[in-house]
Design a protein around this ligand. Structure first.
Ligand SMILES: [Zn+2]
Length: 199
């Protein structure tokens, strides 16, 4: 790739996106090049401003354009039930079910001691504050059903044990090691419904 080869440069940038190989990157680059220039400009604009315009919700960590996300601002959502997820795509998968009417807390990570991610990197202060300030009654830990997700669920349950809150865990059934965001809706809905108390 040379600095003055804009096509090669675009292909190289696109190929860094998850799930996009060199050939798909080339297809996308030529689609943009041969298509509407306005679309290309709008795409570029959206990409270049996403980091400035999107912020983490001060309450739950979800993404949004304001200091509080749409879910935290929605008065119809039940404040007493909070679903803890590892990342925003998992929140989106759960929201797509349409059955959960509580709120969320996004950890933006999982406990991974082998990769050096310990409890210090996964602070629960904000969640603990919410539990006491907003009279939260139940915490549903919806981290993935793999080693890191399970370790994180136990850590959350342990950390919250002094507080007057019920901690439950989504049921097995989500394909083992499977990511929530890639789990089908029937399975995910059942896992949420069949949740059980941790310990
Ligand atoms: Zn929020």
């Amino acid at each position: 790739m040379t600095a003055n080869d804009p096509i090669a440069s675009l292909i190289s940038l696109l190929s860094r996106l998850p799930g996009i190989g060199e050939r798909t990157a080339a297809r996308l680059a030529f689609f943009v090049l041969e298509g509407d220039a306005q679309y290309a400009a709008a795409l570029g604009q959206a990409l270049s401003t996403v980091h400035e315009e999107v912020t983490r919700c001060e309450l739950c960590g979800n993404y949004g354009a304001e200091s509080r996300c749409g879910i935290c601002q929605d008065p119809r959502r039940d404040e007493s039930v909070v679903c803890v997820v590892a990342k925003v795509p998992d929140l989106i998968a759960l929201e797509a079910l349409g059955s959960f009417r509580g709120r969320y807390h996004v950890l933006h990570g999982l406990l991974a001691p082998l990769d050096g991610v310990g409890p210090d990197q996964l602070p629960l202060d904000a969640l603990e504050r919410r539990i006491t300030e907003h009279a939260v009654k139940e915490i549903i830990v919806a981290t993935p059903l793999n080693v890191e997700g399970e370790a994180t669920a136990l850590y959350v349950a342990d950390a919250l044990s002094p507080l007057p809150v019920r901690v439950s865990r989504i049921a097995a059934g989500v394909p083992h090691g499977g990511e929530l965001e890639f789990t089908d809706q029937v399975t995910l809905g059942r896992a949420l419904e069949d949740r059980r108390a941790v310990r």
